[in-house]
Design a protein around this ligand. Structure first.
Ligand SMILES: NC(=O)c1ccc[n+]([C@@H]2O[C@H](COP(=O)([O-])OP(=O)(O)OC[C@H]3O[C@@H](n4cnc5c(N)ncnc54)[C@H](O)[C@@H]3O)[C@@H](O)[C@H]2O)c1
Ligand SMILES: O=C(O)C(=O)C[C@@H](O)[C@H](O)[C@H](O)COP(=O)(O)O
Ligand SMILES: [Zn+2]
Length: 368
């Protein structure tokens, strides 16, 4: 088992990565659980695929799981389901020192983490991530949120989990499209700070996508190590380091908003397109060699991820996409810092980007 410590000051925790962790969830969580009754929140797809396994694991360890099953999909990260989860946790008489289990992808993790952050001014929670995206990114680092009509993740809190159990076996039931979305966030770690890891992705990405369990486990462990290093040094995204994890997200979140947070574009798919756009925009400004920038869409195409904005068939223009960006949480006194690339493996926050220029660039990309 790989154990990655996340050294957050005052609230350190472990990310454990190993096949079979879901089937052993009761024993893994037992030292943290104070009562027989254990609240578990999940979505309908995950319940169908892994509910019995986790239920049996908890019962074998002497617990009585209580289940709340939500609809699957991004629309669940909303005021409506936040209220529903909080009311349910209150009805279950969850106390501050209790732990809520979040079993699912980033949608469940973000929603349950946010609910836990506000329940009785903060109770504990454990992440049991079941998507590649959640295992490599969303279950670690304590960003929790819901979406609102104004945009992505606009209401939320920093609230760290007490433990993360990443079981690569969970990925065996995950649809290929969802694996691709999670893989985009894996590639992100290479692009933002680890050129050899991007080269590893170029070499192994197609086999990873095809299901190679050893490669998936390596990708999860290496991604979590990268994220843990960053969030331990900048938990609240204040010193510029954690902002690097937002590479591709200003473009990506605008695309998600434009497509209505729907199945038309998954978060990771938006991030993949967003990283291509960030790289090409960096090249347009003379910061990055064009040939380097083009390695990114070539790699995404090789693993079956859409890499061309024009292929999304959006009915908008550059200004329309830039309008969504004005809600970005990086906005600072009316200017929007952008994550750009100096090379593959070196992202940085540029504070001199004019939104009119971004809109003009996006018009070109939309036209293909
Ligand atoms: N907090 C963070 O740091 C952070 C980081 C990255 C992304 N996110 C957020 O995460 C969300 C996306 O997460 P996601 O990609 O995991 O999506 P998701 O939670 O919607 O899961 C994707 C789909 O896969 C299904 N599923 C999950 N696990 C499964 C399994 N093992 N077998 C079969 N089906 C399974 C789900 O029911 C869903 O239909 C977005 O809202 C994004 O903003 C947050
Ligand atoms: O953990 C972080 O920090 C990230 O930025 C990880 C991103 O992959 C994730 O999508 C995050 O939710 C985006 O952050 P936001 O602050 O722009 O909502
Ligand atoms: Zn993301």
């Amino acid at each position: 088992m790989a154990v990655v410590p996340v050294d957050i000051a005052g609230r350190p925790y472990e990310v454990r990565v190993a096949p079979g962790l879901l089937a052993d969830a009761g024993n893994q969580c037992a030292p943290l659980l104070r009562k027989a009754r254990v609240p578990v929140v999940t979505d309908a797809n995950v319940e169908a695929a892994w509910g019995k396994t986790v239920d049996a694991a908890l019962r074998r360890a002497g617990f009585e799981p209580r289940w709340k099953v939500l609809p699957a999909g991004e629309a669940t990260k909303s005021w409506r389901y936040l209220a529903e989860v909080v009311d349910w946790l209150l009805a279950e008489e969850v106390e501050r020192k209790d732990h809520v289990l979040a079993l699912g992808g980033g949608v469940i993790g973000d929603l349950v983490g946010f609910a836990a952050s506000m329940l009785k001014r903060g109770c504990r929670f454990i992440q049991l991530p079941t998507t590649l995206l959640a295992q490599v990114d969303s279950s670690v680092g304590g960003k929790t949120a819901i979406n609102t009509a104004a945009g992505k993740n606009l209401v939320g809190a920093f609230h760290q989990p007490a433990l993360v159990l990443a079981d690569p076996l969970a990925l065996e039931t995950l649809p290929r499209r969802e694996v691709g979305a999670g893989y985009a966030e894996v590639v992100k770690y290479g692009l933002l700070g680890d050129a050899p890891f991007f080269a590893w992705c170029e070499a192994h990405g197609p086999a990873l996508m095809d299901g190679d369990p050893a490669l998936r486990e390596q990708a999860v462990a290496r991604s979590v190590q990268a994220k843990a290093r960053i969030v331990a040094q900048d938990e609240f995204e204040t010193n510029g380091l954690r902002a690097l994890l937002n590479l591709g997200h200003t473009f990506g979140h605008a695309l998600e908003a434009e497509t209505g947070f729907s199945n038309r574009l998954l978060h990771g798919e938006g991030v993949a397109l967003g990283m291509v756009l960030a790289a090409r925009y960096s090249a347009r400004r003379g910061l990055l060699a064009e040939a380097e920038a083009e390695r990114i869409p070539v790699h995404f195409a090789a693993v079956g991820l859409r890499a061309e904005l024009a292929e999304l068939g959006l009915d908008t223009d550059g200004r329309g996409l830039v309008a969504h960006m004005l809600h970005d949480k990086k906005m600072d006194a009316g200017t929007l810092p952008f994550l750009l690339l100096r090379s593959i493996g070196e992202a940085f926050l540029a504070r001199d980007v004019a939104l009119d220029d971004v809109a003009a660039f996006l018009d070109e990309q939309l036209a293909g």
